[in-house]
Design a protein around this ligand. Sequence first.
Ligand SMILES: [Zn+2]
Ligand SMILES: [Zn+2]
Length: 164
Amino acid sequence: MGARYPISHPKRPFREISLGMASGIDAEARWSDRLREAGLRVTRPRVTVLDLLAELGGHHTAEGLNATLTAAGDSMTRGTVYNVIDDLVRAGLVMQADRGPGTAVYELAGTWHHHFICRECGVMIDVECEIGEKPCVHGDVPGAVVDEAQIILRGVCTSCAAAQ
Ligand SMILES: [Zn+2]
Ligand SMILES: [Zn+2]
């Protein structure tokens, strides 16, 4: 079982995903502009991680991404994966999806959104943000500049509710 953390696209099971590793040139063409626009140099590890997140969809731990790359025969050290994710998050190309305590999960940055987390099975489901960009809530923090409000909605998902 590769998917320790359920991904939010149930129609695309973890095991059936074919990694587009053979199409390295296509992937680079696809991501090089976005990397440069974000102020990052185009490197193969950055392109690979972006491409993998796009391919998989949903939310993934750095560990999980690393395992997938290793299984696909892509030689990247664990440290490289972590560094690459860090760079991509800082540059705004990857979003760290907040799910509270525990291992951080990441996804390709797109339209700003929030997350529902099932208390029973831990599934993480994207929830539309009414504003669609951050910060959608400013709160009232005297003297502070609020630039992000990521909301975690908790409860019981449809399938867990049905099983109860
Ligand atoms: Zn559930
Ligand atoms: Zn998400």
